[in-house]
Design a protein around this ligand. Structure first.
Ligand SMILES: Nc1ncnc2c1ncn2[C@@H]1O[C@H](COP(=O)(O)OP(=O)(O)OP(=O)(O)O)[C@@H](O)[C@H]1O
Ligand SMILES: C[C@H](O)[C@H](O)[C@@H](O)C(=O)CO
Ligand SMILES: [Mg+2]
Length: 496
C-alpha cells in the first residue's frame, strides 16, 4: 500500500476530507468527513465562514486519527478567485468575501475605462468574470489594503493557518486575472491598478510544493494524527478536477459539473486569440505546465437554489428522478444569464424569464428541474461546438466529472445534442486529482498520464453514446434563441 493521503476539497456547496491510497495498482478513496459550505451576509457582504471551514478540517483530521492513520500527507483545494487579507501580525484582517457578493457587479466597466480589455486578455488570457480577484481588489477597502501584509488565496490561507508557511499556488493565482502568461508573474500594470504591490502576494509555487508539517500549536487543541505533512496541490478545485479526469485519446473535453459547470480542455500552450477573446474563454493555469482552456457555465448552482427553495423536501437524486418524467426543452433558457448568478429567489427568476420570453412556465419540481437540466445540456452542447471552432477540431469525447455526473438524463441529453460520447464519473474527481498531485510529489505515481489510467481502472465510469434521439436538431434552435435573447438583452425589453 502507498502512503496515506488526505484530500481537503472545499466546494462552494460542500466540503469534504477524503482518504486516498493505492493498493494493487488501484486507487482507493474513502470519505472521512463531509460538511455543508456556503456564504452568509456579514457586515453587509456575502462572506465565507472561514472559521467554520477550518474547524471542520480539524474535525476531519481527528476522524482520520480515530481511523488509525498517524502519518498522512495532506492537500487543500477550494473554489477560485476569493482571498484573505492578512495583517503584519499574521492575523486575518476580515472574513473573505464570496465571489457571489454584488460588490463587483459594475467593476469590469469601471476598471477597463482606462485599461483595455484587449490588454488584460492579451496579458492574462483569463475570462472576464466580474468576480475575478482583480475586480474584488479594485473594490476592496483601500485602508485595509494598505494594512495588508499578505493577500492569500483561500486554499493558501488554509495552508498558512495549518503550517505557518505562506505561498501563492499558480493554478489558483491564475484565476485572479492578474498573472501574466508571458512573464509568469503578477502583471505590474494590473497590480498598480488595484493599489497592490508584488510583495503582498507570497512567492508563486507550482502544484506539488512541500509546505511542511502542521504546526505544533494545533496539537494542543486537537487530537490530530502524529504527522500531517501539507503539500500544495492544484489548489483551484477545478484544476484538481482536471487532474482527476480519466480522459484518454486526443480530442477530449472535460465538464467539471458541480456548483459551476466548467467545460473545456487541457492545452500545452495558451489560446488567447481573437476567437477565444470573443467567446470569453479562459486559460487558467493547470498542473504540470498545462492550461485549462475553459468556460464557466452557471451549473448546478441553479438546482441547489431550487432544492433549497423547495425546503429541501427533495434530494438531488429525487429532483433528477422527477425531471426524468418530464419532456425536455419545454422552454429554452440562457442558463448563463447573469440574472441567475445570485437572485433573491431562483424558482421565481426562472419563471419570470419564461414569462418574459413568452414561453410555457414550469410549475412543478419536476418541470422546473427538467427545464434546468435540459437547458444546461443545450448550453454544454453549444459550448462544445464553440470550443471545437476555436481549436479547429471536433471534440469526440466529453468526460463529465463532479456531482453532476450523477444526473443520467443530463449526460444522455448532452451526448445526443452534442453528438459526442459522454463518459460520466468519477463524481469525486476533484478530491482524486488533489490526491494524485500529492502521490506524484511523493513518488507513488510517475505522472498524470499514468494516474488517469489508474483512475479509469479504479472508479465506475458510465458511457453515454449520441444515439438517435430526435433532439440533435434542437441545438440550432437553441443557438438562434441565445443570439436573439442576447440582442434583446442589449436593447432591453420583452422578446417579440
Ligand atoms: N445523486 C445525485 N443526483 C443528482 N444530482 C446530484 C447527485 N449527487 C450530486 N448531485 C449534483 O452535484 C452537485 C454537487 O456537485 P459537487 O459535489 O461536485 O459540488 P461541490 O464540490 O460541492 O461544489 P463545487 O462545484 O463548488 O466544487 C449538487 O449540487 C447536485 O446538483
Ligand atoms: C469562481 C470560480 O469560477 C469557481 O471557483 C469555479 O472554478 C468553481 O467553483 C469550481 O468548483
Ligand atoms: Mg467540487
Amino acid at each position: 500500500m502507498s502512503k496515506t493521503y488526505v484530500a481537503v476539497d472545499i466546494g462552494a456547496s460542500s466540503g469534504r476530507l477524503m482518504l486516498g491510497y493505492s493498493t494493487e495498482g488501484k486507487l482507493q478513496l474513502k470519505e472521512v468527513h463531509r460538511f455543508k459550505n456556503g456564504f452568509a451576509k456579514k457586515e453587509g457582504y456575502d462572506c465565507w465562514d472561514i472559521d467554520h471551514i477550518l474547524q471542520e478540517i480539524f474535525t476531519g483530521l481527528e476522524k482520520v486519527k480515530k481511523l488509525g492513520f498517524q502519518d498522512v500527507v495532506l492537500g487543500i483545494d477550494t473554489c477560485a478567485v476569493d482571498y484573505v487579507l492578512v495583517g503584519k501580525d499574521g492575523q486575518r484582517l476580515k472574513d473573505p468575501v464570496s465571489y457571489r457578493d454584488a460588490r463587483t457587479k459594475d467593476s469590469i466597466a469601471k476598471l477597463t475605462s482606462d485599461l483595455s480589455k484587449d490588454y488584460i486578455y492579451e496579458k492574462t488570457g483569463i475570462q472576464f468574470l466580474d468576480f475575478n480577484t482583480l475586480y474584488q481588489l479594485f473594490e476592496e477597502d483601500k485602508d485595509l489594503l494598505a494594512k495588508t501584509d499578505k493577500i492569500l488565496m483561500i486554499p493558501d490561507y488554509i495552508g498558512y493557518v495549518l503550517t505557518g508557511k505562506a505561498v501563492t499556488e499558480v493554478t489558483n493565482a491564475s484565476t485572479t486575472q492578474m498573472l501574466s502568461l508571458r512573464e509568469g508573474l503578477f502583471d505590474q500594470h494590473l497590480l498598480d491598478k488595484v493599489n497592490v504591490t508584488h510583495d503582498q502576494f507570497p512567492k508563486l509555487v507550482d502544484p506539488g510544493t512541500n509546505l511542511g508539517a502542521v504546526s505544533d500549536q494545533w496539537y494542543e487543541k486537537y487530537d490530530l494524527p502524529r504527522k500531517v505533512n501539507v503539500i500544495t496541490v492544484a489548489t483551484h478545485d477545478t484544476a484538481s478536477a482536471v487532474v482527476g479526469t480519466p480522459a484518454t485519446g486526443q480530442r477530449w473535453a472535460y465538464l467539471s459539473s458541480g456548483t459551476w459547470s466548467l467545460i473545456g480542455t487541457e492545452l500545452n500552450v495558451p489560446e488567447n486569440g481573437e476567437k477565444a477573446f470573443k467567446h470569453n474563454y479562459t486559460n487558467e493555469w493547470g498542473a504540470y505546465g498545462t492550461y485549462r482552456f475553459l468556460k464557466n457555465i452557471m451549473g448546478l448552482w441553479i438546482i441547489q437554489n431550487v432544492k433549497e427553495e423547495l425546503d429541501d423536501d427533495y434530494s438531488f437524486a429525487e429532483l433528477a428522478e422527477l425531471a426524468s418524467h418530464e419532456e425536455p426543452f419545454q422552454q429554452l433558457i440562457d442558463v448563463n444569464d447573469d440574472r441567475f448568478q445570485n437572485p433573491a429567489n431562483m424558482i421565481q427568476e426562472i419563471q419570470a424569464y419564461c414569462q418574459e420570453t413568452n414561453q410555457e412556465i414550469p410549475q412543478t419540481p419536476g418541470e422546473i428541474a427538467m427545464a434546468v437540466y435540459s437547458n444546461l445540456s443545450l448550453y454544454y452542447a453549444n459550448e462544445l461546438a464553440v470550443l471545437g471552432d476555436i481549436l479547429g477540431y471536433k471534440i469526440d469525447d466529453l468526460n463529465i466529472v463532479g456531482g453532476g455526473s450523477n444526473v443520467a438524463l443530463m449526460n444522455q441529453l448532452t451526448a445526443t445534442i452534442a453528438g459526442v460520447n459522454v463518459y460520466a464519473g468519477p463524481s469525486e474527481a476533484t478530491a482524486i486529482g488533489n490526491i494524485i498531485v500529492q502521490m506524484i510529489a511523493q513518488g507513488d505515481i510517475l505522472n498524470v498520464y499514468l494516474a488517469r489510467r489508474i483512475i479509469a481502472d479504479s472508479f465506475p465510469i458510465k458511457k453515454y453514446t449520441p444515439g438517435q434521439e430526435p433532439f440533435a436538431a434542437k441545438l440550432t434552435e437553441y443557438q438562434d434563441f441565445l443570439k436573439k435573447t442576447k440582442e434583446k438583452t442589449v436593447e432591453g425589453g420583452m422578446l417579440a
